[in-house]
Write a protein that binds this ligand. Structure first.
Ligand code: BES
Ligand code: ZN
Ligand code: ZN
Length: 506
């Protein structure tokens, strides 16, 4: 989709749809439109009681006369002004994109005004509009036979014009558009990886994807194969992979565009391309959903893609341990003890708590090889985080308050919320094993933080945050921004966080 600024007057814009966002109960009295047009809208939409500006309400009025020149007027509800924020704007734009699908709309024009800028910032406004349109139009149809392709194409939206942007704000709008496009593309890329079936997206495919990214963007890719993992003593990771015929891959993507002396930030993502539970087999119901157990890894790939496209001046290394967790004759059994790369021994009491095992070695590896300043890991680690926070926020843990605050702030701003959970010593106690250093389950309550506490055993002296995305990486119902399936949660969050860090440095 193309986003441009247009100097045309709203009534003169030759477009398939003139979009007019409005707040609830405020009507259209103060909008920069000719009186005749306002009266027309008031009579058709408001007096009839058909429309009042509720959030995500979209109301289309076909136009046949000469004024305005648009073929349709589309009123977009933003809800109450007091509650209006970037998420409300993004969701409203997403609802509009969906609603316009039923018409043959190729170009649309959006009537902007200062009141629509929640952050008082044109850059942010433009970014959010783009994210709403792009993510709201996302669909996953790679595996649907395309019968009506021609028909579909006809309806495709091609250009969006921003009307009434103050000329001195043009560059801000253009920058915002660019950021919004990159973050949406990277989010959709991540969604596509998670939505694809597990017979396609296996560890090898994830590694190929990383290589493809490095071929197209300024990223370096290194794939660490099983034999090397063996040499390095990554027995926790290998222990999970053992139950599958698919060999594990440790994917490393490098982006070094910061200064030479600057230690990198490490992003680590759980890449279990299918989690059957292993010998501690999961129940059959909804087991198919466990294809999204590589969401953390897909977010790392998507974020690396976004960073490289935005050309941020930063040093980043992305690490994805990719494995399948299956119950083969050779699989790790409950009771087995594995010696992790760090030297710690782990008693595996439940083979379904596999994410922490692969992350343990990935965390050790990245610290040893890259001495990062900060590590952020993302993982669909526990069912317990879904119990604690549902689908409304991801669980945030870590060893550094400032880092957690930065991440939480970024999440609040972009609508991918994080909620902090503690890592008390008691949780670390819970995973002490009788016969090994630690065990991979606590056996008691507080499953989310026990998962976090386990990972903390593999962090040496680095600032670290762990984000449990099990509840937010997937949606079982259509939401304004994502249809059923993968959400890509985390790409916009990390993009926002890293951009904020860049801005602070300046
Ligand atoms: N991949 C799951 C966690 C998960 C659950 C992700 C639901 C998405 C939705 C993870 O590997 C797992 O199975 N965790 C266990 C841990 C338990 C055995 C300590 C869990 O949450 O039940
Ligand atoms: Zn599991
Ligand atoms: Zn898992």
């Amino acid at each position: 989709m193309d986003y441009k600024i247009s100097q045309q007057k709203p009534v003169e814009a030759i477009t398939d749809a003139l979009l007019i966002p409005v707040f609830k109960k405020e009507g259209i009295e103060n909008l920069p439109l000719p009186k005749r047009l306002r009266t027309l809208i008031a009579e058709i939409a408001y007096a009839s009681g058909d429309f009042d500006g509720k959030k995500q309400e979209v109301y289309t009025i076909p136009i046949t006369g000469a004024v305005p020149k648009a073929r349709r007027i589309v009123l977009i509800g933003l809800g109450e002004r007091e509650k209006y924020d970037l998420s409300a704007l993004r969701n409203a734009m997403a609802a509009t994109a969906k609603s316009l699908k039923k018409y043959a709309v190729e170009s649309i024009a959006l009537l902007t005004r200062a009141a629509l800028l929640p952050a008082r910032n044109w850059n942010r406004f433009a970014q959010t509009v783009v994210e709403g349109f792009e993510l709201g139009s996302y669909k996953f149809d790679l595996y649907k036979s395309k019968e009506d392709e021609e028909e579909e194409k006809k309806k495709e939206l091609k250009s969006i014009f921003f009307l009434r942007v103050p000329p001195q704000r043009n560059t801000e709008v253009e920058d915002g558009v660019q950021t919004g496009k990159v973050l949406s593309e990277a989010t959709s890329y991540t969604r596509n990886l998670c939505n694809q079936p597990p017979n396609v997206v296996n560890p090898e495919k994830l590694a190929e994807e990383a290589e493809a990214l490095s071929a197209n963007l300024e990223l370096d890719c290194e794939i660490i194969e099983q034999s090397e993992m063996e040499k390095m003593g990554m027995n926790a990771l290998l222990g999970v992979a053992k139950g599958s015929k698919q060999p594990p891959k440790l994917i490393v993507l490098k982006y070094f565009r910061g200064t030479r002396d600057e230690k990198p930030i490490a992003l680590v993502g759980k890449g279990v391309t299918f989690d059957s539970g292993g010998i501690s087999l999961k129940p059959g119901k909804n087991m198919d959903e466990m294809k999204y157990d590589m969401s953390g890894g897909a977010v790392v790939l998507g974020t690396m893609m976004a960073i490289a496209m935005l050309k941020l001046p930063i040093n980043i290394v992305g690490v994805v341990p990719a494995v399948e967790n299956l119950p083969d004759g050779n699989a790790t059994k409950p009771g087995d003890i594995l010696r992790a790369m760090s030297g710690k021994t782990i008693e595996v009491l439940n083979t379904d708590a596999e994410g922490r095992l692969i992350l343990a070695d990935a965390l050790t590896y990245v610290q040893k090889e890259y001495k990062p300043e900060i590590i952020v890991d993302l993982a669909t680690l526990t069912g317990a985080v879904v119990v604690a926070l549902g689908n409304a926020a991801a669980g945030l843990m870590g060893n550094n308050e400032e880092l957690k605050k930065e991440l939480q702030k970024a999440g609040q701003a972009c609508g991918e919320r994080l909620w902090p959970l503690p890592l008390y010593d008691e949780y670390k106690e819970q995973i002490k094993s009788d016969i090994a250093d630690i065990k991979n389950i606590g056996g008691g309550p507080a499953g989310v933080t026990v998962g976090g506490a386990f990972l903390s055993h593999f962090i040496a002296e680095c600032a670290w945050a762990h984000i449990d995305i099990a509840g937010v990486a997937w949606t079982t119902k259509d939401t304004p921004l994502a249809p059923k399936g993968a959400t890509g949660f985390g790409v916009r969050l990390l993009g926002e966080w890293l951009k904020n860090r860049m801005a602070q440095k300046k």
